[in-house]
Design a protein around this ligand. Structure first.
Ligand code: SF4
Length: 214
């Protein structure tokens, strides 16, 4: 564990139990001021049990000045092995969708997840894991300063928005996270399993494209 995390881990845990995520944001001042040094600060994190089971920490990647920041659920098997977000078939589909709105991982887009380590057997992340990891995502968003966040799938959407709703109810609206507009759409892994929903996803991504034009 890094000196930074050793110093702050018990404080994070104690305040998370007492006050939830909000108070942890005070620690933003201790976090680093650019993405690569922030990554170095937290890459050995063991604040939740996933630090013991991961192969690689998956920080996120893309344009550090992106207008569009995409947030998925959690690293899967391939992401855990490679230490990169959205690799494998769902990542390839995401890359195709981004290309269709004239974007890619190097151009105008940053990609990450609500948590940075893979849950065993790709189960959904639990509340403790999300509470421990979300302050890292919030700081990442503060550093990138995107114009728009896109949440991919229900797990990312409901944990970012703190809402118990269906994906159907969350789509088609502009929400807000960390004072940044947020749009919800389908996760590419779901689109691979249910290709009939690709048309609806394309409607969402056209809205995303148009939002970023304004
Ligand atoms: S999931 Fe997040 S909080 Fe848990 S060990 Fe990984 S980086 Fe730390």
């Amino acid at each position: 564990m890094s000196k930074f995390l050793q110093k702050n881990s018990s404080y994070l845990n104690q305040n998370s139990q007492l006050f939830g995520n909000e108070i942890i944001l005070e620690l933003d001042e201790s976090f680093s001021g650019n993405l690569s040094s922030f990554q170095n600060q937290i890459c050995n994190c063991h604040n939740c049990p996933l630090g013991q089971t991961r192969t690689n920490f998956v920080f996120g990647e893309g344009d550090p000045n992106a207008e569009l920041l995409i947030v998925g659920e959690a690293p899967g098997e391939k992401e855990d092995l490679e230490g990169r977000p959205f690799v494998g078939r769902s990542g390839q589909l995401l890359d195709k969708i981004l290309l269709a709105i004239n974007r890619n991982r190097q151009k105008g887009t940053y990609i990450c997840n609500i948590i940075k380590c893979r849950p065993p057997s790709n189960r959904n992340p639990n509340r403790e894991e999300i509470d421990q990891c979300l302050p890292f995502l919030k700081h990442q968003i503060n550093l990138v300063k995107p114009k728009l966040i896109v949440a991919l799938g229900l797990v990312a959407a409901k944990n970012l928005l703190n809402l118990e709703s269906s994906l159907k109810d969350l789509r088609g609206k502009v929400h807000s996270f960390n004072n940044v507009p947020l749009i919800v759409t389908y996760h590419p892994a779901f689109l691979l399993r249910s290709p009939g929903f690709k048309k609806e996803a394309w409607v969402d991504f056209q809205k995303i494209r148009d939002f970023l034009k304004d």
